[in-house]
Design a protein around this ligand. Structure first.
Ligand SMILES: [Zn+2]
Length: 441
């Protein structure tokens, strides 16, 4: 009720009425029935009311502002307070604990698609050393402030609790140069000897197959984790067999932090239910567990800038029932982004289904499916850097089956074999570039 945006939305949903005076939140009397009437909200609406309409009263809770860059180029500035950042650190530790059984002392190497996203992301202040930070705080008197302590926490975590290295992104624009970059990256990994490697999915694929061509694995590396929860099963199974490692899946966004993590090689991830309420929507309503829809998340810790029923822009489903590991949280599967999901005969075709077909062929190192017209697609394929040729006819027929409209005019897929695919401006690759008229609504 402190933010104009949510006050308006509560009123529009009929949730602020005679029994709920304007100054009060809808209370327990309403319960979840009341909450369930609040429609989800998108990035665009939040951005259009930023900052006055979306921030709560500043109670000196040590707020920081941070901009995120979405794949679609939609930027969102998120304001976090001290408790939110502490919750973010706790969930980052929890993710490591569930994924690898270790949270402290594990050495981690990250290869993000865009270095700034993770170095300047939710994880903490700009890099410096712990000692330099303490010296600076004593010198300028800021050591008493909450921000100083919060930043010290973050630095302590990255520099002393974990040995975290961040390596430069790979640039795949020329194969000879990429081989050189991969050799350099492996030299750095062999020196740092990380226990866990986190990277952009395509980087994991290229690096693992490059390594498998040359040596027998890397004994120090036990776990590999793709960013974003979007890597498809066939890509991850290639990484596992090339490197002899286990893969773990995690899901998080820069505006929300770590949301879910897998306990084994599967795609489904345990939701951190103390910090997030995750729901799946289709046609404006929540769907039963197991059904595919749009992922909608409520952040239970950020009271500086509430995100209530926030549409993160991903497609997924929730799996109920207990997991073999004994944890009884709901599990989340992320299947692609909204802009990469298309409706064919009222069926939703997700990026992960498309990716599974393409990457199950070991001759494919990268690809993108572009929609030319309703039933005409062009599949751009970057063939394996290691001499294997893709079986184009088999991929074509499986994709045409997946994308067929059933009864309508047949789906046609043309091919282009390319030496590289240009990443999006934020360094990531899209699985599909669809016409907006084909997206799910
Ligand atoms: Zn489990």
């Amino acid at each position: 009720m402190e933010t104009a945006l949510f006050k308006d939305r509560l009123e529009q949903a009929g949730l602020v009425c005679g029994s709920h005076p304007q100054s009060e939140l809808p209370g327990d009397a309403c319960g979840l029935d009341c909450f369930s009437k609040l429609p989800p909200i998108g990035k665009q609406e939040i951005r259009s009311r930023f900052p006055e309409g979306v921030l709560t009263r500043d109670t000196q809770d040590s707020r920081t502002y941070r901009s995120t860059s979405g794949t679609s180029g939609e930027r969102l500035t998120v304001v976090t307070n001290f408790p939110k950042r502490e919750a973010g650190r706790a969930s980052a530790l929890h993710v490591l604990e569930v994924a690898t059984g270790r949270s402290l002392g594990a050495s981690i190497t990250d290869i993000p698609p865009n270095v700034c996203n993770s170095v300047c992301g939710l994880e903490g202040p700009p890099e410096t050393s712990v000692l330099r930070h303490i010296r600076g705080g004593l010198k300028n008197g800021s050591w008493r402030s909450e921000k100083f302590r919060s930043d010290l926490n973050g630095l302590f975590e990255r520099r002393l609790m974990f040995k975290q290295d961040i390596l430069a992104p790979l640039d795949a624009r020329s194969i000879s140069d990429l081989s050189k970059q991969m050799a350099e990256t492996w030299d750095l990994l062999d020196t740092g000897r990380p226990y866990l490697l986190r990277a952009f999915p395509q980087y994991l694929l290229w690096l693992s197959e490059y390594k498998a061509q040359r040596t027998v694995g890397s004994h120090y590396l036990k776990y590999v984790m793709p960013y974003g929860g979007l890597a498809c099963d066939s890509l991850l199974s290639r990484v596992r067999s090339a490197l002899g490692v286990e893969t773990r899946n995690m899901y998080g966004t820069s505006e929300l932090g770590s949301i879910a993590v897998s306990c084994d090689n599967h795609r489904a991830m345990h939701i951190i239910e103390s910090f997030f309420e995750v729901e799946i929507f289709r046609d404006g309503k929540t769907v039963p567990d197991g059904q595919i829809g749009e992922v909608v998340i409520t952040d239970l810790t950020n009271t500086a800038m509430p995100l209530i029923r926030y549409r993160v822009g991903d497609i997924g489903r929730i799996l109920g029932g207990s997991c073999a590991c004994g944890r009884d949280t709901k599990r989340l599967e992320i299947l692609g982004r909204v802009q990469e999901t298309l409706v064919r005969s009222s069926r939703w075709v997700t990026a992960s289904e498309i990716g599974d077909i393409a990457y199950s062929d070991r001759g494919v190192n990268n690809f993108r499916l572009d929609q030319i017209s309703t039933n005409h697609f062009e599949l751009q394929i970057v063939p394996s850097f290691f001499g294997l040729s893709p079986d184009v006819d088999s991929i074509r027929s499986r994709m045409e089956d997946l994308l067929s409209e059933g009864g309508g005019s047949p789906t046609k897929i043309t091919f282009r074999i390319l030496p590289f695919i240009q990443p999006e401006p934020n360094g990531k690759y899209l699985t599909c570039r669809l016409r907006p008229s084909s997206w799910v609504r």
